[in-house]
Design a protein around this ligand. Structure first.
Ligand SMILES: N[C@@H](CCC(=O)N[C@@H](CS)C(=O)NCC(=O)O)C(=O)O
Length: 235
């Protein structure tokens, strides 16, 4: 299938949702790496594509698409005519797929993102914030766990973009936040299975960056640094 897709991304939980979707669909695309550490995402030219100044974003001919969930829906609705990783618009399963996709976009992404921030990168220690966002992240995982106990995939019997969206976040929970996935056995099995898909492995490495400096020890020392600060909260 031919396409004029340009993907602007970086290898983060939100960024790889787009590249994994493209790889699953076997769609050719031109990659434009946006180094978020260098703040390229805030440059004027990029804001015209992604007004919120964040990755991922995509341009397909004259169409811009921003927000990872919107990108996934756009690609699935337009290009997944064989319904490999999506349900057809207008069906009940499609609504289930969108519901779980929005659950990730409005829940796991923002909550786990804040948990990551207060646990790993904040320059103050706030035990209240760490507890609030970590507990909420785990509560959201328990919602996924309940769903995956009754259904093989989030939207039903088929692996879809809804699974990809939560997968990219949940897979990072153990290393970044020390979340023990064995507390969520159905979720752990689902993560392992999705992680083995060749398109997922390929898409998760876009753009390829050297991860040798991102080993467990780096996250451990980031957490230890925050633990060593005085708690900022007023009691
Ligand atoms: N809701 C947005 C969130 C995008 C987002 O937060 N992207 C992060 C990387 S995972 C980013 O661009 N961070 C750079 C910044 O905030 O300046 C989506 O799902 O696309």
């Amino acid at each position: 299938m031919s396409s004029d897709i340009i993907l602007y991304t970086w290898s983060t939980a939100n960024g790889i949702k787009a590249s994994i979707t493209l790889e699953e669909l076997g769609l050719p695309y031109k990659l434009e790496p946006i180094d978020i550490g260098a703040n390229i995402q805030k440059e004027e030219w990029f804001l015209k594509i992604s007004p919120n100044g964040r990755i991922p974003a995509l341009v397909d001919g004259s169409q811009r698409v921003f927000e990872s969930g919107s990108i996934m829906l756009y690609l699935a609705d337009k290009y997944d005519t064989d319904r490999k990783i999506s349900y057809a618009p207008g069906t009940s399963q499609y609504i289930e797929q969108v519901s779980w996709l929005m659950f990730q976009m409005g829940g796991i992404g923002p909550m786990q993102g804040q948990a990551n921030h207060f646990r790993l990168v904040a320059n103050v220690r706030s035990d209240y914030s760490i507890k609030r966002y970590l507990e909420e992240t785990k509560r959201l995982y328990s919602v996924l766990e309940s769903r995956l106990k009754e259904s093989p995939y989030l939207a039903g019997s088929k692996y879809t973009i809804a699974d990809i969206a939560s997968f990219t976040w949940v897979r990072r929970g153990p290393a970044l936040l020390e979340i023990d996935l064995s507390e969520f056995p159905a979720l752990e099995k689902w993560v392992d299975e999705i992680g083995k898909r060749p398109a997922v492995q390929k898409g998760a490495d876009v753009p390829h960056v050297d991860r040798t400096n991102e080993q467990k020890e780096l996250f451990q020392s980031a957490r230890a640094k925050i633990d060593g600060m005085t708690n900022f909260d007023k009691h």
